[in-house]
Design a protein around this ligand. Structure first.
Ligand code: 4NP
Length: 162
């Protein structure tokens, strides 16, 4: 009998889990599927302001225009078990990154990354669009699309285990 290998898993994290990280979940799920990658993909927030809610209507509106689906995405908070359940924990900005680094068990810190480290350029921050206009939501999508493409290239370069 072959032991089935656990799927590679990715958790996207922002502050509220209603704008940036659900957008990353929707975009990356779409692009990973198109690239033929079978992954476990989820998102969560470092704070619990909107638990149980669907993604922000403005994120959904600009995302759907570009062909992404937000179906089934529901806001949740980061939990202790995320630090062992997910291979990659992708922070959207420095504040998310630092919050994650503070609460992660020491031995799991290597799982935490800036998502934009997989995009071209030196920018690390996906700016919080919550209090701004539509342009901010479009910029979030632009950055997340670039990082998703880069991360897919990274995953495809990984040597298969075994
Ligand atoms: P997100 O945006 O972190 O991209 O989901 C925010 C959503 C809600 C709030 C802040 C940022 N809030 O203050 O309620």
């Amino acid at each position: 009998m072959f032991k089935s290998k656990k799927k590679t898993s990715v958790l996207f994290v922002c502050l509220g889990n209603i704008c940036r990280s659900p957008t990353a979940e929707a975009v990356f799920r779409h692009k990973a599927k198109a690239a033929g990658l079978d992954l476990k993909i989820d998102s969560a927030g470092t704070h619990g302001y909107h638990i149980g809610k669907q993604p922000d209507g403005r994120s959904v509106s600009v995302g759907v225009q570009r062909g992404y689906s937000f179906k089934g995405i529901k806001c949740r908070r980061v939990e202790d078990k995320d630090f062992t359940d997910f291979d990659y924990i992708m922070a959207m900005d420095t504040s998310n990154y630092e919050n994650l680094m503070k609460v992660s068990p020491e031995e799991e810190l290597h799982r935490i990354h800036y998502f934009l480290d997989f995009a071209p350029g030196d920018e690390k921050e996906v700016p919080d669009p919550y209090y701004g206009g539509k342009q901010g939501f479009e910029l979030v999508l632009d950055l997340i699309e670039q990082a998703s493409d880069g991360f897919i290239r990274h995953l495809k370069q990984q040597k298969p285990a075994g």
